[in-house]
Design a protein around this ligand. Sequence first.
Ligand SMILES: Cc1cc2nc3c(=O)[nH]c(=O)nc-3n(C[C@H](O)[C@H](O)[C@H](O)COP(=O)(O)OP(=O)(O)OC[C@H]3O[C@@H](n4cnc5c(N)ncnc54)[C@H](O)[C@@H]3O)c2cc1C
Length: 378
Amino acid sequence: MWFFNDEERELKRVCRNFAQKELAPFAAKHDQDETFNLAAFKKMADIGVLGITASPDYGGAGLGATAATIVMEEFGKVCASTTLSYLAHSILCVNNIQNNASTEQKSKYLPKLISGEWIGCMGMSEPEYGSDAVGIQTKATRSGDNYKIHGTKMWITNAQYADIAYVYTRTGAEKKQLSTFILEKSKGHFAAGKPIHKIGMRASPTGELIFNNTIVPVAQRVGEENQSIIHLMKNLEIERITIAGISLGIAKACLEQSVRYANERKQFGTTIGHFQMIQKMISEMAAETEMMEHYLYSVAKAFDQGQCDKTSAAKVKLNIPKMVTKIALDAIQIHGGYGYSREFPLERYLRDNKLMEIGAGTNEVMIIIIAKSLLELN
Ligand SMILES: Cc1cc2nc3c(=O)[nH]c(=O)nc-3n(C[C@H](O)[C@H](O)[C@H](O)COP(=O)(O)OP(=O)(O)OC[C@H]3O[C@@H](n4cnc5c(N)ncnc54)[C@H](O)[C@@H]3O)c2cc1C
């Protein structure tokens, strides 16, 4: 077990209790029906985690990546889908507004996002631009005191439920000339498109955001025009660290379930935990999970202390989800036919974890980031 301080241990305890009460009993049903646990999401405000990294001035908890990762792990262990929606709200929307918006914008948006009155999302990816995020084509054209925004965002977590969208647009001809806007659904700044049906993370709504020559006041722009690329890159780091926390939670769930099953299931007159090949899978699963825990929280702590290098988050994101996909496959193997059935949650763990190898930058993109840095390539 990682050596958490008293505050972190308490956060872990509170999140674990919340997850057991509000997420665990409903996770399988929401996954099956592809529905969002909105009630649980709203209740997250009661334990103070919707603005985990936001300043207390706006109702936030004023904590960092370590605390956010603790929440992801504890929630992710029982319902990765709801946790992904929580991540999109708290890290992709709230954290971005906290770090990049003006005092006026923060005062206007953060209190309602943190109290759960509003749900947030972040729009970067587009139908034709995913890994190549800097190429995005959703255009914002200035005319007097307004911008006209046109384009479509794709794969947006919480799209159908979001009141507020933190959206990257193109405002200049050069590749890196991007600008961000905080957009409000109630003012007609965006519309949600069709929902996207997925193999995993099925209880986390995913959809398009549509901008049809929408007129938006200049006051909705975050920071200076054409200067958003730095915000975009910076927020991806905390996103990559915290999303790995969801995978860590899934690994722990796989391990606990496998140990339980190995002690219960009998074949050849004894429990399967007596078979060395089952022991090997369980022991390796335990050793890898403990290693991931130490590694992930070391990087989260270093991030909070400003000591990460520019590849740390990419390395975490490359290593942990990949390892957890293998762990989820082994957990299914330990359960035999029952592991392949929907009677146990293992198949959900596998389907959900696969997303962490794709979202927030694919494994291949993480490899490119690390290689470019090591080999000093442009
Ligand atoms: C459930 C879910 C939720 C999401 N939530 C959000 C969200 O809230 N907001 C948001 O903005 N986006 C979100 N995304 C989008 C996500 O970030 C993208 O799917 C991801 O970045 C990959 O982009 P793509 O799907 O367009 O794949 P592509 O970029 O088309 O990649 C296809 C394949 O080509 C590979 N590839 C691409 N470029 C290279 C290269 N240079 N070298 C080698 N291989 C390469 C990729 O690794 C991948 O294997 C979400 C996605 C999913 C599935």
